[in-house]
Ligand binder design. Structure first.
Ligand SMILES: CC(C)=CCC/C(C)=C/CC/C(C)=C/COP(=O)(O)OP(=O)(O)O
Length: 328
């Protein structure tokens, strides 16, 4: 088994199980596996992050309907992606054991499941939330399946830059659930748009040989590891800058958010520069990939915490202190 823990190892392609070891332990049933359930918690966290940015948190029933509808929409999108890529997945080391290429589920069953969960998500979002949230969710499915999977992924090394729209839509669904999208929703959308290439290309560095073997033009395959590490650093910087704007965007608790954001961005910066200095080091790519996931979860959690009366009063008191020190 290749050792990707050692910083000295530079060019062996690890399997997905070695990148995300928890995958080894849990064998999912095929109908669930093709829905890509491991993507869903982060999509739901960003949906809740979007809600936290609205003026008023939606009602309990609306929140639950948004999360259920969002889960079903993401499952439909993930399944359609697996169906479209079943032949490609069968040729890649990391994905050859997926349910469709290994024959554990038929394409017809998978397609029926995708259509049913897509329709169920639309009904739940229309009835339990609103038309805007349903339309955005449908747009999310289309942008993942048609824009990213069918059009961009096989054609351009910038596939994830534009295709990242799919992953950035859930916070818009979250704010839409509260009535309208607003500045907060667009801010979190932009943050995820710039976070996605840095996150995804660090995974791309780990899977370079696998993508290369089937001709998928991911950035590390087309431009090499150094150009990719530099691009990751640039997108990482923009992520840090945009994340900082949250201090001004949050309806309350902005200073509290800004303070906790410091160590999150500090660690991100440290990992970005470790990779930039040594772009062939899989250990650094893996650390950045993992941190980027935790980073986005933490930001969404922080957005929710910042709505609390405690965070609001902390921010208010700190602001008063800063202003009084400044003016004296
Ligand atoms: C609102 C809504 C339903 C939004 C859709 C959200 C969604 C499923 C986003 C996926 C983001 C993404 C680009 C994943 C990589 O797919 P990949 O095909 O490159 O991954 P793989 O190589 O592991 O198959």
């Amino acid at each position: 088994m290749p050792n990707i823990i050692s910083p000295s190892v530079t060019s062996i392609t690890p399997s997905r199980d070695e990148i995300v070891p928890s995958r080894k332990k849990l064998k999912l049933p095929p109908w669930l596996e093709i829905a890509k359930p491991r993507l869903i918690p982060l999509l739901l966290a960003t949906t809740l992050g979007g809600m936290a940015l609205s003026e008023r948190w939606p009602s309990y029933s609306c929140t639950v309907a948004t999360l259920i509808g969002g889960t079903l929409a993401a499952a439909a999108a993930g399944t359609l992606n697996c169906i479209w890529e079943r032949e490609l997945d069968g040729r890649m080391k990391r994905t050859s054991n997926r349910a469709l290429p290994s024959g554990r589920i038929s394409t017809t069953t998978a397609f029926t499941g995708a259509i049913l969960s897509g329709i169920a998500s639309l009904i739940i979002l229309i009835r339990g939330v609103n038309y805007l949230a349903a339309a955005l969710s449908f747009l999310g499915i289309c942008s993942y399946v048609i824009l990213y999977t069918m059009l961009l992924k096989p054609r351009t090394s910038q596939n994830i830059v534009i295709g990242g729209i799919a992953g950035a839509i859930p916070p818009l669904v979250g704010t839409a659930a509260a009535g309208h999208i607003g500045m907060g929703g667009w801010w979190l959308f932009s943050l995820i748009m710039v976070w996605t290439p840095a996150h995804f290309w660090s995974l791309g560095l780990l899977l370079k040989e696998d993508y290369q073997s089937v001709g998928v033009p991911m950035l590390p395959v087309v431009k090499g590891t150094r150009v990719t590490a530099n691009a990751i650093t640039r997108y990482g910087w923009v992520t840090i800058l945009i994340s900082g704007l949250g201090v001004l965007i949050l309806p309350q608790g902005g200073i509290f958010y800004g303070l906790i954001l410091f160590p999150l961005n500090g660690r991100l910066l440290q990992l970005l520069y470790s990779l930039k200095r040594n772009p062939n080091n899989l250990f650094h790519a893996k650390s950045l990939f993992r941190w980027s996931i935790l980073y986005l979860f933490c930001i969404c959690f922080l957005l929710i915490l910042s709505r609390s009366p405690q965070a609001a009063s902390f921010s208010q008191q700190t602001l008063t202190l800063i202003i009084s020190n400044w003016s004296s």
